[in-house]
Design a protein around this ligand. Structure first.
Ligand code: ZN
Ligand code: ZN
Ligand code: ZN
Length: 364
């Protein structure tokens, strides 16, 4: 599998005229080698020449963590007293055009640029992004498991099993995190809990605010499963009788979200899917309050290609996996969002999240 992915990377490097691809920390490296580098200051770098064998340069003390795959790369461990930048520059040789992974530390890129003065540089995502965006059957299955695990937590929330009233947002966030781990995640990536007016801030940082009766609680949570694939979903619940207008806003979102999912067919463009959600919300009079794109790709990272946003004409193909998450935010009052992970398939869009979309009234 890794050798086959690397073949496709080399093919794309050829198309783009990239001589050498350099990948450091971030998800491109595990996608191509199965090895995830710790975000250390010590340099880890996969050097992939378009026409030659790949070399994985790692600090000596990290080498025991590498599962060697001779058909994919040669391992080159560097000692504490060696200069890994010279090592990588040497492997890059006389390359004219280099692509470097988007997550690479700026410090490393600057040092490499000082060494390879004649080269021109491109973002590694131009090479690897479109390949990672199209999931194979095993990856879709991984995303399905991740979404099912997140759904378990959403169902507990909707059933009133997660105490809300009288607790702080931060306490509920920690609780959701524990439940994400209990449902099978290896890591919690985020658990946004935003109550009442705080829900009008899409990425609200859960804090010391105590949740009261009769207010919306927006919960947006996700984590990484042991195999590296991510979940991400949003549901809103209300602690007792909802405030005026919340039901109406939420119903608009339910329609907009469902229509955008239905529009996410193979061949539709990313911006068309965004436009469908936006049109429903604008027609209901809330267009100015939908202040972000409709969705983002998901896989080994929470946010990756493709982005469902105005200006992205890219067409959906089978295997594209992405969130569909319209929201409406009324400053100083409340906000709401509904988010599912969806995969484009030849048989139509498949929602991986199954927890109900409705505004659950919880006695919790
Ligand atoms: Zn977000
Ligand atoms: Zn989310
Ligand atoms: Zn999301």
């Amino acid at each position: 599998m890794y050798a086959e992915r690397l073949d496709r990377v080399r093919h794309r490097m050829g198309e783009l005229g990239v001589d050498v691809l350099l990948l450091s920390i971030g998800a491109d490296l595990p996608y191509l080698t199965g090895y995830r580098a710790m975000p250390l200051e010590r340099l880890t770098m996969l050097v992939v020449p378009a026409g030659g064998d790949a070399t994985l340069v790692v600090p000596r003390l990290e080498a025991p963590r590498v599962v060697e795959r001779p058909e994919v790369f040669t391992l080159r461990a560097w000692e504490e007293t060696e200069d890994p930048v010279s090592l990588v520059a040497g492997l890059a040789g006389s390359a004219r055009t280099l692509a470097v992974g988007d997550r690479t530390w700026a410090r490393v890129v600057l040092d490499l640029q000082a060494r390879l003065t004649a080269a021109s540089w491109r973002p590694g995502s131009e090479v690897v992004g479109p390949l990672r965006a199209v999931k194979d059957a095993a990856e879709v299955e991984s995303l399905r498991r991740a979404s099912a695990a997140a759904d378990e937590v959403a169902l507990q929330l909707q059933a009133g099993d997660v105490p809300l009233v009288g607790r702080t947002e931060a306490e509920v966030s920690a609780d959701l995190g524990r439940r994400l781990v209990a449902s099978g995640h290896a890591e919690v990536n985020f658990a946004i809990v935003a109550a009442g007016a705080n829900a009008a801030s899409p990425h609200h940082e859960p804090g010391g605010r105590v949740i009261e009766r009769g207010e919306v609680v927006l919960c947006d949570f996700g984590g990484t499963m042991p195999d590296g694939y991510c979940s991400d979903m949003t549901r809103c619940v209300v602690t007792g009788e909802p405030p005026a207008q919340l039901r109406e806003v939420h119903a608009v979102l339910e329609r907009a979200q469902a229509a955008a999912v239905d529009a996410a067919v193979v061949g539709a463009s990313c911006e068309e899917v965004d436009a469908v959600a936006r049109r429903h919300i604008s027609d209901a009079g809330y267009g100015d309050h939908f202040i972000h794109r409709t969705g983002h790709g998901i896989g080994l990272e929470e946010h990756e290609d493709p982005y469902l946003v105005v200006g992205n004409p890219e067409s959906l193909v089978p295997g594209h996996a992405f969130s569909v998450e319209p929201g409406i935010y009324l400053d100083g009052r409340f906000g709401a969002r509904i988010e599912d992970i969806v995969v484009a398939t030849a048989a139509g869009p498949e929602s991986l999240n199954r927890a109900p979309h409705g505004l659950a009234v919880v006695e919790a």
